[in-house]
Each structure stands twice: as C-alpha cells, then as structure tokens.
Design a protein around this ligand. Sequence first.
Ligand SMILES: N[C@@H](CCC(=O)N[C@@H](CS)C(=O)NCC(=O)O)C(=O)O
Length: 227
Amino acid sequence: MALNFRALHLYTAPLSGCSARIRIASHLKSIPLTYHTIDISKSEQSSSSYLAINPNGRVPSLIVEASSNERFTITQSPAILDFLSGHFPEPPLLPGTERPRERARVMELASLVACDIQPPQNSSIRKKITQDFSGDSEAWARWVYERGFSVYETFLETGRKEIGEGKYSVGDAISLADIFLVPAVQGGLRVGVNPVKWPILNQVVRECWKLEAFRKGGLGGHGKLLP
Ligand SMILES: N[C@@H](CCC(=O)N[C@@H](CS)C(=O)NCC(=O)O)C(=O)O
C-alpha cells in the first residue's frame, strides 16, 4: 500500500552523480524533496552525524517521514529510485515487463554506469589512489570513463539496430539509463573526457540536456551546462 508522506529528505552533494540521479528523477516526476547538502570537500559524508544516517558514508540518502510518524532511511541510489518510482509512477522510467527487451536494456545501461563506471573512480577511491598508492587518480578516472563510455556507445549502436532508433538511450522515452548516464558524462567532463568521441552517446546527452529536469538536477544542481 502507498505511504502518505510528511516529508522526503534527500541528503545530496552538488557534484555527486549518484545524488544527481535522484534530483533529476524528482524533477521529472515533480517529487517534493527537502535537500540537505553534504559537503564532500569537507568530508561531511564521514561525520558521525551523517554516518548515523548512512553507515556507508556516501550520498545520496533519503529519509522518509511518513504521515503515520513512521520514519525510515533508504541509501543507495537504485533503492531510492525504486522507492520513489513506486510512489510517483509517472512518468515511468523503466519500460514495463511487456517490453522485456527494452526493459532489460535500460537496466543493463543503468547498471553499466552504476556498477562499472561510477564505483571504480568514486572520490574516496581516487583519494586512496593518490594518498596511499601515489597514483594519478585523474588519469585513472579518465581511463574508467573512457572505457565505460565506449561500452555504452557499443550498446547504443547495437540497440539502434536491434531494438530501434530513438532520441534517448532506449527509444523515445527518458529512462533510468539516461538518468544514470548524464551525470556520469558530466563527471567525465570534470576530468577532461569529452563525450564527442562517442557520437550516439553525445547526441543522447544533448537531447536529455534540453530537458529542464536534467539541467536543474545534474551536477552542480542548478543548470551548469555541458560545454
Ligand atoms: N552505490 C552508491 C554509490 C554512492 C557514492 O559512491 N556516492 C559518492 C558520490 S557520487 C560519494 O558519496 N562519495 C564520497 C565518498 O566515497 O567518500 C549509490 O548508488 O548511491
């Protein structure tokens, strides 16, 4: 049964791609969120007060205050998106089970970003590479993004042949794949990875960027444009 809410509190960082996924979805779905900014440059994600909310010490986290006074926390952006989509189904961000191929492709692409592109170059990993292993963490991040975006482009190419043409990652409707992709591309830009190398991906990102939800919710939070 759907819950009634008093408030939905999002713990978010302006330059966090994982938080941007939730911000973009909430703009697309007109979900009223109360933002609480965590400053990663000051390591606020590792403060004891934040660790009490999210023991993983990462953003985003969502605190749900239900009308019944029930209060609970959800961490991990896919879990938060699943919860929000359950309560705010329109517009849907995942094709229905009657379209198994499109649905699987959306999940594949979103997972490519969530599992194979974002985690290996997350800020705490980069810090470790620099501080403990004297490595060049920006070069590492560039390699991770470039590899990941090349794979994403290959899926877009085969998808267009096998599933069909479309403006966005899968077809003509915005999906979770786009919501995961755009902040990742913005993250890549911050370390010098230019998406023009991947023409279909670049076109998809540009289509998404025409939508206010992406400009408002993306990295920087308030309309920081792609170059
Ligand atoms: N799997 C998590 C990843 C969360 C994550 O890595 N968040 C990053 C920002 S995008 C973060 O908080 N980094 C700070 C740190 O690792 O200390 C999710 O999807 O929510």
